[in-house]
Write a protein that binds this ligand. Structure first.
Ligand SMILES: C=CC1=C(C)c2cc3[nH]c(cc4nc(cc5[nH]c(cc1n2)c(C)c5CCC(=O)O)C(CCC(=O)O)=C4C)c(C)c3C=C
Ligand SMILES: [Fe+2]
Length: 496
């Protein structure tokens, strides 16, 4: 067995939340086919707000197959997405079973008898206006959305209650403007049906389930159904092209918690596709949609292509190691490279939407860039939403209404938006390929493994300042609101 050491900068550690603390790893070839990476984690290992030191973390390398575990009581199973730009159809035909010590016990054969399942993950959205506040409560009560230091975690639910009640009127206005609720559920259920058919066309008979993190149908309900249906192999596919701690990461955490508690899931071979923005089918479908919309402008070559992504707090990226921004930038490079290969060389820019709270979010902000482009006498904008593959409040209300008005007021004369991919057949067919490629590498999770290291004593001080300021600002707001409720000069921060 040959082992090669090389610096972490050359690795595929995109999805390791705490990549900053990984110093080196080695790659081994087993039977000339399976690659295993041993990542040595030293100094400080940040795992969702907990500090773990001197751990050895082992994860699968390019073949996206084998996970191994650590020494000591901390173990982590990572399913690394392999970059497959030029490798459509690459699959590994055997899945591995891992023992408690992380060694491969045996290969789980692919079998025609298998009862395969696919779990699509998304955030969920309120279906009616009266769902809005409870939906917001669920969202803000999620420790991967509002990340409080351990010391303050007892405040999570009261804070969620306060923020959701205060934010609800603004959110309700937005949902009222798009017909009284989020279209997410209907779209994702359509996508699930389309994916099932696409899989069937490719000779895989699989049940496709929908699990939302913050509204119906909840991930937990989908997992219950998977158990009732006696699924024997599961592929988990978040419907977010890029990984973020606050989206895919949060849903995957729910799954890991259930794996820990439920014997059926602990034994179920599962493969998690953490991100897939780099897949050829997605990139080409996005380029097709952009190309088609550009042709509608009278002077297509003069149109600025404006990629607009959902924002996340800067501290998620800079302190907690969220790979979201890196993946987003990589995604935009791939789409623009595809456009260039078709002779489309338009100027482009990337900005981030949605700011909630007093903390800094990823910059530049979409609204500020629109105003700036107007000042620079840009006359035509084609907006491309890139964080989702379904229409939702951000595309239908924020982009199509708020930003469009802002653009027109700022001097932009021609405006259009690329639709979300939704059930685009090329895209769905590629998702089906992703599922088929991932299925053989479904693993039985090691019971020790989790995204949380139990019993790790030290709270990590990362983002304490920003999180503390959030609590402080909130308490300040509350006290001011109580004493100044009759005056109108205080604009609550979470209504920004
Ligand atoms: C408070 C912080 C928020 C973070 C962090 C965040 C990250 C994030 N969200 C999505 C995708 C979606 N967000 C949606 C709604 C939504 N998100 C936030 C806040 C954060 N999001 C709020 C307050 C809301 C409610 C709507 C509103 O009040 O404006 C939705 C649902 C949209 C729908 O149609 O219902 C999605 C989907 C991503 C991808 C992301 C990080 C990368
Ligand atoms: Fe969001």
């Amino acid at each position: 067995m040959e082992a090669v050491n090389f610096p972490v900068s050359q690795t595929r550690l995109l999805n390791v939340w705490n990549q900053r603390s990984v110093s080196s790893f080695s790659l081994s070839q087993v039977n000339g086919r399976i690659s295993i990476c041993y990542a040595k984690v030293n100094i400080k290992f940040l795992d969702n707000g907990r500090q773990v030191t001197d751990r050895l973390l082992v994860f699968s390398a390019p073949s996206n197959i084998v996970c191994d575990v650590s020494k000591g009581n901390f173990a982590k199973t990572l399913h690394m997405p392999s970059k497959r730009h030029n490798l459509p159809g690459r699959t590994n035909r055997s899945a591995k079973r891992l023992g408690r010590d992380g060694r491969i016990l045996s290969a789980v054969p692919s079998s025609a008898q298998e009862n395969a399942g696919v779990l699509l993950l998304n955030l969920g959205g309120p279906e009616t206006l009266s769902d809005v506040q409870p939906f917001l409560f669920n969202l803000f009560a999620d420790p991967d959305i509002i990340r409080l230091p351990r010391l303050f975690q007892f405040l999570q639910q009261p804070l969620a209650q306060l923020i959701s009640v205060s934010r609800a009127p603004k959110s309700k206005k937005g949902y009222a403007a798009i017909g009284g609720g989020s279209p997410l559920r209907k779209i994702i259920e359509d996508q699930a049906r389309a994916l099932k058919l696409a899989l069937k066309d490719k000779d895989l008979d699989a049940n496709v389930y929908v699990g939302m993190r913050h509204w119906h149908p909840f991930t937990e309900d989908a997992l219950n159904q998977i158990k009732k249906d006696k699924i024997t192999k599961l592929v988990v596919l978040p419907l977010y092209p890029q990984f973020s701690i606050s989206t895919s990461g949060s849903s995957i955490r729910v799954i890991h918690n259930i794996i820990r508690e439920d014997a059926y899931f602990a034994r179920l071979p599962i493969s998690i596709i953490e991100s897939w923005y780099h897949r050829e089918g997605y990139i080409k479908s996005m380029a097709d949609s952009i190309e088609k919309k550009l042709q509608r402008f009278s002077k297509p070559e003069e149109v600025m292509i404006f990629f607009s992504a959902h924002g996340v707090p800067l501290s998620n990226v800079e302190d907690a190691g969220d790979p979201y921004r890196d993946q987003m930038e990589d995604c935009i490079s791939l789409i623009t490279a595809e456009l260039k290969s078709r002779g489309i060389n338009n100027e482009h820019t990337l900005a981030y939407q949605r700011r909630v709270g007093p903390v800094q979010w990823l910059k530049p902000y979409t609204d500020e860039v629109i105003v700036e482009l107007g000042k620079q006498a840009v006359k035509s904008l084609l907006v491309v939403p890139v964080s989702f593959v379904s229409e939702h409040i951000e595309t239908l209300e924020e982009i199509d209404m708020e930003y469009k008005n802002l653009a027109l007021e700022s001097g932009i004369e021609h405006w259009d938006r690329v639709p979300a991919l939704c059930c685009n057949p090329k895209f769905i067919s590629d998702l089906a390929d992703a599922v088929i490629e991932a299925l053989p590498s479904a693993l039985i999770s090691n019971r020790n493994s989790s995204m949380e290291a139990e019993g790790d004593p030290d709270p990590v001080p990362y983002a304490i300042i920003s999180q503390f300021s959030l609590i402080f600002a909130f308490l300040l707001f509350l006290s001011l609101r109580v004493s100044l409720h009759s005056r109108n000069f205080l604009k609550p921060w979470f209504l920004v």
